[in-house]
Design a protein around this ligand. Structure first.
Ligand code: GDP
Length: 450
């Protein structure tokens, strides 16, 4: 029999309400040992979906929500005790609940039980974390739709097609004397191609989805005084970086997170790439180069009022093979740098004045077009993490082999081996066929209490 588990589900901080969640076969009797309803009834007799007012020992008044299996988040009996919030009180109530017979819940254990009890598949469980971690409206929206099954439905439509094809091929090959409908290679090819298109579309949208849900590591780089800090402040909407007209003011790497339209940017505003005798500044420059190499996106800033020099060229060389925006700044002072000098090295080049707030819109549109988030549809199926991406890529590889096997005139058995192999990672994605190790790994990233 499963343990009955308990944890504080609200943040470990002062707050108006604290929630202690209990789940498992003994949840209601454990709660009944610490909570006394105010009327004459017993908690053990409570119906599912009922709310009870009462007392937790001599600690606090509280409300108990009772859910009866299987109609609860975990699919088990669940009780949520809502008392006043705050570090001390919630921990004291949890202590009483543990003393009354519950065990401490591990990270994500409530959601893990929901998955194991068939309340949601693995990709939906992962989207619970996405919803909690969401920093923007679109990220929350996308995670919500994934929780509602947008990705699961897309994956299922592919796996259903593959299962049907595989069963048909097996029947055709194994029972030649039976009245099995003749297999048309052209029809199979079409079905596989359509599956391939769906999986490819998921992979193509992955980066845009990550930009919206997890954010993009972005480095702002440029010579001293070109306006990097001013740009950072424009993006953040506050004076976080020090803006002065003395070259080399931004010495260390400053990190901030900004939500620009749909996109989350994890920004670092760095020293430029010039050589310097100042040891502190040199360390900053070294760090800037390291960050440029690892960045997902580079915002390379140039002073439009000064001719490009060797340092500008070094920066452009860093931009070559990366998503990057060349920003010719200080447009209000006139322009000696034309976009055609920058464009060959960057993904997109724009000319702005970072000290003019209206430049924000230009930056927002450019970012969205580079990161592919302009037409982002949060209700569409989307891969949430590397685990899911790897599963889809593996499936695509095998599907390609199946297509090659058909066009190469291979035997039905050979084709079917590829189809089965394409199916496997999709079942791993949804958790229908997944090892305990993968399950443990997925839920280890959750917080306790979820
Ligand atoms: P950083 O060293 O690259 O971080 O440059 P700062 O952001 O500190 O800017 C250097 C100077 O340029 C400051 O005096 C800013 O006010 C000024 N500056 C920044 N952007 C613009 C702009 O678009 N137009 C004008 N006229 N001045 C700007």
């Amino acid at each position: 029999m499963q343990d009955t588990i308990a944890a504080v589900s609200t943040p470990n901080a002062a707050g108006a309400i604290g929630i202690i969640k209990i789940s498992g076969p003994e949840a209601i009797s454990v709660a009944g040992r610490v909570f006394t309803p105010s009327g004459s009834h017993l908690l053990s007799e409570a119906k599912g979906y009922s709310v009870h007012y009462g007392q937790i020992a001599d600690l606090d008044e509280a409300i108990c929500l009772v859910f009866r299996a299987p109609h609860s988040y975990t699919g088990e009996d669940v009780v949520e005790i809502q008392c006043h919030g705050g570090l001390y009180l919630t921990q004291q109530v949890l202590r009483l609940v543990l003393k009354a017979g519950a065990s401490p819940a591990g990270p994500g254990e409530f959601t893990k039980r929901a998955f194991l009890n068939g309340k949601m598949d693995l990709s939906e469980a992962e989207s619970v974390m996405g919803l909690i971690a969401a920093q923007g409206e679109q990220a929350a929206n996308a995670a919500y739709h994934a929780l509602e099954g947008s990705l699961s439905r897309e994956i299922k439509s592919v796996s259903d097609t593959l299962v049907a094809a595989s069963a048909h091929m097996a029947a055709w090959a194994d029972y030649p004397d039976e009245d099995v409908e003749e297999l048309d290679y052209g029809v199979l090819l079409k079905q596989f191609q359509s599956c391939k298109n769906k999986l490819q579309a998921l992979c193509q949208k992955y980066d845009a989805g990550q930009a919206i849900s997890s954010g993009v590591d972005t480095v702002i780089v440029g010579r001293p005084n070109v306006g990097k800090s001013t740009l950072m402040n424009l993006l953040l909407g506050k004076d976080r970086s020090i803006v002065t007209d003395i070259a080399g003011t931004t010495r260390d790497v400053i990190e901030e997170t900004a939500v620009i339209g749909n996109v989350i940017l994890h920004l670092s505003d760095t020293a430029g790439l010039h050589t310097s005798d100042d040891p502190v500044e040199s360390i900053g420059i070294e760090m800037a180069e390291k960050r440029l190499r690892h960045a997902d996106l580079i915002l390379a800033v140039f002073d439009g009022n000064q001719a490009l020099d060797g340092e500008d060229q070094r920066i452009l060389d860093f931009c070559k093979d990366k998503p990057s925006i060349g920003i010719i700044n200080k447009a209000d002072l006139g322009n000696v740098v034309s976009e055609d000098k920058i464009s060959p090295f960057v993904t997109k080049c724009i000319t702005i004045s970072a000290n003019d707030p209206s430049s924000y819109d230009t930056l927002e549109h450019t970012l969205e077009s580079i990161l592919g988030t302009t037409d982002f549809d949060p209700s569409a199926a989307m891969l949430a993490n590397e685990r899911q991406l790897i599963c889809v890529r593996k499936s695509l590889d095998c599907l390609n082999e199946a297509i090659n096997a058909i066009t190469g005139g291979m035997t039905m058995d050979a084709i079917n081996v590829c189809v089965d192999a394409a199916l496997e990672p999709l079942l791993e994605l949804t958790g229908e066929k997944v090892s305990d190790t993968v399950i443990d790994k997925v839920f280890s990233t959750f917080c306790v209490g979820k």
